[in-house]
Design a protein around this ligand. Structure first.
Ligand code: IFM
Length: 700
């Protein structure tokens, strides 16, 4: 349960610091080095706080960096990018959440050894801790600095203004407010040292620093313990944070932290026997999913987790379709928070629907606080010309609504917590269906059609009757009708009340359920991804990729190489088959699996796990394993797309983590939700898999 990396690689440092990210749902802190600065993308990313500067993209906010620590020797700052090292390694211990670092610098024939351990406080979510130690093998005169770096890494403008610094009883305190909503961001840090040396605090280059001049005694350890905290409440809670920091005791926090992880692993660990690589990968994914659990019902989980501002720190359908199952089966309270986050977003969804002249609720493609849609109409740039590219994700990916219904239904099926329906869940369902009802059009044959959308495969825009979307809409209608029926049996007076109030949408839903156009398999068993898809140019992926003019070229959209071909970005029809396993026979599933696998580029990290699940269900277990291991270890191997067009999209791939979990539970273990049975499909690469699942936990 140890993730390790030996040696320092400057070019790969962003990937490395994603891999070693620590988080607790309130924040994420990238696994950068103590001496790194904003150019190394040091990020303390806050969940649920967003800001916009001028007309740039609205994105999540990063706080000041309180773990900034470095050594100067002969006026040179030690850093493995410029200083000779004998050894450098990082290791993340998944059993305790502690990130360890050890570097041996060589200077003037002398060794300076730096060791640190860092972890996110999982109980008091405001706090982060680091122990930093140094020793030398010969006497040296060194300068040691530790403090708060106020040069925050930001993608789209500087978000914190009116920055003030203070030192209160030796505790450093830096505060500021965000540009747009003037939201307070307070960071504090306290340090404890085991050595006697005069501290000469200084403010230099926007850094508030303790400064110690030390004449080292060989092999003696000089230790600093940093306890830092961040708070971003509208009610200024500086005093509370100050108290938390003063009261925090490193060794008790370590014990609490160990206890937290022990409890979590006891529930959530997956044992993949006979395959250490897969075992480590899936448990790394689980580690990150636990670390990203939403800390209350007003936050969710961004697509890149809390690794920074990529994708604007926004929440996508990734959460409901890919990550949700993990929380459902391991941490039902977090699953509930995820649903409630969407319920709280309802007012914003009505504004969006209205903007596009539809009824009901149209959920954000890129959801920020209270469901605000941060998706831009120009969400990509051309990597050659740097020109913005018009994209239609925001207005045409209407399948986002269905993803939320899918998760809600899973939640209800497993938890039986029907109270959520009365506290906004039913309204959400109704408003989503009102949106779909207003979006659909009736054709001459009296069939409802879904015209001008984008399905999960984003490469093909402005398509009609995306199979995934149409079936999902039918599912949304059925789900709503079923929950009305539930109330008919369980609470007749309430049923009468809502039946009267929502008569129109119920009648409409029944009509749509019966009459929506559902693409059927053709004579070869293939379901066309959308109208006309099967007539597009059928080209091999390698041939298409060979035509790329630049490495980061975007293949979709109006001018994209894939648009006029059958090459797709990610699982689409295959996702339909995975989410609705009972819709089609095994033969049809098989035909579509083989057809689409040759045409899927897997240009999204959301794709491979879905192929893995279907492959398992079709007993193609060894292929299932290949898809699984690729997706599950995406951030361990670093094999992921870093750019979409000209836009940086690196960071942590939370949907791939959730997808890997699904691949184990739904694929290898073959959980069938409705029948509560397992149908194991264990690939040759494993001996067996063991895990615990939380099934039908009562919600109090
Ligand atoms: O939600 C996904 C989408 O399906 C593909 N592009 C990236 C998004 C965020 O992960």
């Amino acid at each position: 349960m140890l993730i390790k990396e030996d040696g320092y690689n400057y070019k790969e440092r962003f990937k490395t610091s994603s891999k070693f990210l620590i988080a607790n749902g309130y924040y994420g802190y990238r696994g950068s080095l103590s001496e790194d600065t904003s150019k190394d993308m040091v990020v303390w990313n806050l969940n649920g706080v967003y800001d916009q500067v001028d007309n740039q993209w609205r994105e999540s906010v990063n706080a000041f960096n309180p773990l900034f620590t470095f050594i100067k020797y002969h006026n040179e700052t030690l850093h493995p990018a410029i200083t000779q090292t004998k050894k450098h390694n990082l290791s993340l211990d998944l059993t305790t959440g502690i990130l360890n670092r050890k570097t041996t610098f060589i200077i003037d024939d002398c060794e300076i050894i730096v060791r640190s351990r860092r972890f996110a406080n999982q109980k008091n979510l405001h706090l982060i801790h680091e122990e930093y130690q140094l020793s030398t093998n010969k006497p040296l005169n060194i300068e040691l600095y530790q403090g708060i770096d106020m040069n925050v890494f930001d993608i789209s403008g500087r978000h914190i203004k009116k920055i003030k610094q203070q030192i209160i009883d030796g505790v450093f305190f830096v505060s500021g407010i965000t540009q747009e909503k003037e939201h307070p961001i307070d960071v504090m840090s306290k340090i404890e040292t085991n050595f006697e040396s005069t501290d000469k605090p200084e403010l230099t280059e926007n850094k508030l620093l303790h400064h110690y001049s030390i004449k080292t005694i060989p092999n003696q350890t000089y230790r600093i313990i940093i306890t830092a905290g961040v708070i971003h409440s509208k009610q200024h809670q500086k005093d509370i944070l100050h108290k938390m920091i003063l009261n925090s005791n490193f060794s008790s926090v370590i014990n609490e932290n160990n206890y937290f992880w022990k409890e979590k692993w006891n529930k959530a660990k997956i044992h993949i026997k006979g395959n250490q690589e897969a075992n480590l990968a899936i448990n790394y994914d689980i580690f990150q999913l636990i670390s990203h659990r939403p800390y209350n019902e007003f936050v969710s989980i961004p697509a890149r987790g809390l690794s920074g501002q990529v994708y604007k720190g926004a929440v996508f359908w990734d959460t409901e379709i890919y990550m949700f199952l993990f929380y459902l089966l391991n941490d039902i309270h977090s699953a509930k928070n995820l649903i409630k986050y969407r319920i709280h977003g309802l007012p914003e969804t009505k504004i969006k629907a209205n903007h596009y002249h539809y009824d009901g609720a149209f959920y954000a493609w890129e959801s920020q606080e209270f469901g605000f849609d941060a998706c831009s109409d120009y969400n990509l740039t051309n990597p050659i010309t740097n020109e913005p590219v018009r994209t239609y994700f925001k207005e045409l990916q209407i399948h986002i609504n269905g993803a939320i219904v899918y998760a809600l239904n899973q939640y209800l099926t497993l938890s039986k917590d029907y109270s959520i329906l009365k506290s906004g869940g039913l309204e959400m369902l109704i408003e989503i269906n009102k949106f779909y009802a207003s979006f659909l059009t009736k054709n001459k044959k009296n069939k409802y059609e879904c015209i001008n959308v984008i399905g999960p495969d984003e490469y093909h825009e402005h398509i009609n009757n995306n199979a995934y979307t149409n079936y999902l809409i039918k599912f949304c209608m059925t789900t709503m009708i079923n929950y009305f029926e539930y109330f008919k049996k369980s609470n007749l007076s309430y049923y009468h009340e809502i039946s009267r109030k929502y008569k129109n949408i119920i009648n409409k839903a029944k009509d749509i359920e019966k009459n929506i156009f559902l693409p059927k398999p053709n004579k070869d068993g293939i379901i066309s991804q959308f109208d006309g898809y099967l007539t597009l140019k059928d080209i091999a992926i390698e041939d298409l990729l060979a035509k790329k003019k630049t490495e980061n070229e975007y293949l979709g959209g109006k001018d994209g190489l894939a648009s006029q071909t059958q090459i797709i970005k990610q699982a689409d029809v295959v996702l339909l088959l995975v989410l609705f396993p009972n819709l089609f026979s095994k033969e049809i599933q098989k035909a579509n699996y083989h057809y689409y696998k040759k045409r899927t580029e897997h240009g999204s990290s959301l794709s491979k796990a879905i192929y893995s699940i279907l492959a398992s269900r079709l007993n193609e277990v060894d292929e299932a394993y290949d898809y699984f291991i690729n997706g599950a270890s995406i951030d361990l191997t670093g094999k992921s797309k870093q750019y979409a067009g000209g836009i940086y999209i690196g960071g942590n791939h939370l949907a791939a983590y959730g997808g890997a979990y699904m691949a184990v539970i739904l694929g290898f273990l073959g959980l069938d939700f409705n029948n509560k049975t397992f149908n194991k499909n264990i690939p040759k690469a494993f001996e067996d898999i063991n895990t615990k699942l939380l099934y039908e936990e009562a919600i109090l």
